[in-house]
Design a protein around this ligand. Structure first.
Ligand code: ASP
Length: 347
């Protein structure tokens, strides 16, 4: 690794979440602290010879309140400051962090600078916090360059508990432990131990000469239907009857299988005939949809269900919002769902 010939400029963006909280000494409740004062709570930041600026949402949110309009806001912040910073660290609640990471991976096309998203399970004001470690290493990764002076990780990533993961491959799997995220279908892009070891062959870079292009259009006329043994026709009817529905993520069993009952397949075919895009994502964390493997999957393929490959649910949901937001023709959306556009699937 080399250092830049100027001291790296990093922008911290605080959206909300546990990491930016301290305990009120009187009530004991967790409260957001004044983020402009963040250096006071993390004095270790003085140890970097980086220029670190910070900005915060006016009203920081618990990430359970995250919405597409906030993704647009984050994309605007990054694009407005793109030329002035070498890397970005987004501080975010863990609950929906994987959705935000996935959405941004599609919205920030030809990203040439790191966008490292992190948070913590314990507030930064607590003695045993995981927040400081996550924050400090994320900043180091956002500033790191390779032997050619290029950013080490110019992707939207999640850094959590020593692992750097591609954002759109990541899922929150632990509501309590510090080890809160996993990337089941793609190895980590880097591990932080005594040294930060990057898996350079896994890290995506924009094509030479490609210009950074942010996108701000999203359409949330989508829904997720999780299949379960005993699912009733009325439940499926209610889901498919949603007004304005443009895409359904079908969370199937195993390698992409669904019940063979005629009523179910009839409803699904009618939905697809209406022009609604149906994408098959497995309920399993690891592995891929293979609809040709069993008759129960093949019938979906024959009905026109789109393969979700080894996508996370967060990634396929936000990819659909992104593609629908751009109003591409139906066939083009299906083609792009079958195409790896941001490292999100193994085709
Ligand atoms: N509920 C919080 C949030 O996602 C939890 C956290 O910050 O980790 O905003």
């Amino acid at each position: 690794m080399t250092t830049l010939n100027h001291s790296p400029h990093i922008l911290l963006i605080y959206t909300g979440g546990t990491i930016g909280m301290i305990e009120n000494p009187i009530t004991g409740a967790l409260e957001n602290f004044e983020f402009s004062q963040f250096k006071k709570y993390v004095p270790e930041l003085q140890g970097f010879n980086f220029d670190i600026d910070a900005l915060s949402f006016d009203l920081p949110i618990d990430s359970s309140d995250m919405e597409p309009r906030y993704w647009v806001k984050i994309a605007h912040i990054i694009s407005d400051h793109y030329q002035n910073y070498d890397g970005f660290v987004l501080l975010h609640g863990t609950d929906t962090m994987a959705y935000t990471a996935s959405a941004l991976s599609f919205m920030l096309q030809n990203l040439g600078k790191p966008v490292i998203i992190t948070g913590s399970q314990l507030p930064i004001g607590r003695l045993r916090t995981d927040g400081k470690e996550n924050l400090l290493t994320s900043i180091e990764i956002a500033a790191a360059t390779d032997s050619r002076g290029r950013p080490m990780a110019p992707e939207v990533c999640i850094f959590f508990e020593n692992r750097l993961m591609r954002g759109n491959r990541t899922t929150k799997i632990n509501a309590e432990g510090f080890n809160a995220f996993r990337s089941f279908n793609l190895p980590s892009l880097a591990h932080a131990g005594i040294h930060i070891k990057y898996e350079e062959h896994l890290i995506r870079r924009p094509e030479p000469g490609a210009v950074f292009k942010p996108h701000f259009l999203l359409d949330n006329n989508v829904m997720i239907l999780t299949l379960f043994p005993g699912i009733r026709p009325e439940v499926v009817d209610a889901c498919f009857a949603v007004r304005g529905l443009r895409a359904v993520i079908l969370k199937t069993f195993g390698s992409g299988n669904a019940p063979q009952k005629p009523w179910f397949m009839d409803k699904l075919r009618a939905l697809i005939d209406r022009g609604v895009i149906v994408v098959n994502v497995t309920q399993c964390y690891k592995g891929s949809v293979e609809m040709h493997r069993y008759g129960t999957g093949l019938q979906l393929l024959q009905a026109g269900v789109v393969n979700g490959y080894d996508s996370t649910m967060e990634s396929v949901l936000t990819k659909l919002m992104f593609l629908l937001g751009h109003d591409y023709p139906h066939n083009e959306i299906v083609r792009l769902m079958n195409t790896d556009i941001a490292g999100e699937i193994t085709v």
